[in-house]
Ligand binder design. Structure first.
Ligand code: NAP
Length: 299
């Protein structure tokens, strides 16, 4: 794995003419709110040239305000992770304007609540589209440029990328897919000088749950034989967010660790809770510890 300076100065001789061309550059997806917004501010504060991307530039208000408040410059660009043309345009634009790309943070993602009998396979495909194929679209476009800089590919997954959780089947499947893909890619990318990490948040107080757009009572009413289990799941989840959600800035610290540690771990949890929770799975050879725990959430 390549070593990486903890400050954003360039490697001697790595880039050209203007001083600006030597400044390390990071592109972050999904920066309209939450962890992506906080990571963009943290990276800019740490001196990175920060390309903060959004699928809808019209939603950049909170990001612009946060940047002004922090006194940092951020380069805001359009990028919809499920639109390959938009991804190519954003990455090509960064290279044309700045000449280098040192890191990508695949942060964009969307939650989903459901279970197989209550949703269509097309619903599941949609969840995979944004949370899995979207990550691949951006990573594929970025990799040649990350190879050129000995850069970093960082993806915000979830504790749900390690522990399967009730009524999150499609979301966890997508995040498991990302984790499996990145774990497999890591040694391959490492062979060409690119470091790969995943960042695993637990509950973080962002727009994530609201953005699911869930009519909770309507869903429970329509859940038939799953209604009682779904009610227990919803009550537990709401309690978890009310009691112990991490701040977006706290979660962004783990992104910064992946970005700046000389030799970042492959898997970085954003909190002690997330470390303990994923640890249950990682030490659970036969699956009984995790199923014992999650069965208790809905019964
Ligand atoms: P958030 O505030 O809802 O942010 C999600 C971001 O992703 C938004 O900026 C959203 O943009 C963007 N996005 C959605 N679809 C996109 C697309 N097709 N192209 C580009 N951007 C898109 O939630 P968050 O909590 O910060 O989520 C960030 C990451 O953390 C996600 O990958 C999520 O799965 C993960 N995570 C969150 C939690 C949590 O509890 N909050 C826990 C574990 C993992 P719009 O504004 O346009 O919708």
């Amino acid at each position: 794995m390549s070593s990486f300076p903890t400050t954003p100065e360039a490697t001697p001789g790595a880039a050209s003419a203007t001083p600006d061309a030597t400044r390390r550059t990071v592109l972050i997806t999904g920066t309209s709110s939450g962890i992506g917004l906080a990571a963009a501010i943290a990276a800019a504060r740490a001196g990175w040239r920060t390309i903060a991307t959004l699928r809808d530039i019209g939603r950049a208000g909170a990001l612009r305000e946060a940047a002004a408040e922090a006194g940092v410059d951020i380069d805001i660009r359009q990028l919809d992770v499920i639109d390959e043309r938009s991804v190519a345009a954003a990455v090509d634009g960064v290279i044309a304007d700045h000449g280098r790309l040192d890191a990508v943070v695949n942060n964009a993602g969307a939650g989903h609540v459901g279970t197989l009998e209550l949703e269509t396979v097309a619903d599941v495909r949609e969840v995979m589209e944004v949370n899995f194929f979207g990550v691949l679209n951006v990573s594929k476009a970025a990799l040649p440029h990350l190879r050129a800089t000995g850069g970093r590919l960082i993806t915000v997954t979830s504790v749900g990328g390690v522990v399967g959780q009730p009524f999150n089947e499609a979301y966890c499947a997508a995040k498991f897919a990302v984790e499996g893909y990145m774990e497999s890619l890591a040694p391959v990318a490492g062979a060409v000088g690119v470091s790969v990490s995943v960042v695993e948040p637990g509950a973080v107080a962002t727009e994530f749950v609201n953005n699911i757009g869930l009519d909770v009572e309507g869903r429970i009413a329509a859940a038939g034989p799953y209604a009682d289990a779904m009610r227990r799941y919803v009550d537990r989840t709401v309690g978890q967010f009310l009691d112990g959600a991490q701040t977006p800035a706290g979660a962004a610290e783990a992104v910064m660790e992946a970005l700046t540690e000389e030799r970042p771990a492959f898997r970085i949890q954003t909190s002690r809770w997330a470390r303990d929770f994923t640890g249950t799975k990682l030490a659970d050879g036969d699956g009984s510890a995790v199923l014992g725990m999650t069965t208790g959430w809905v019964s």
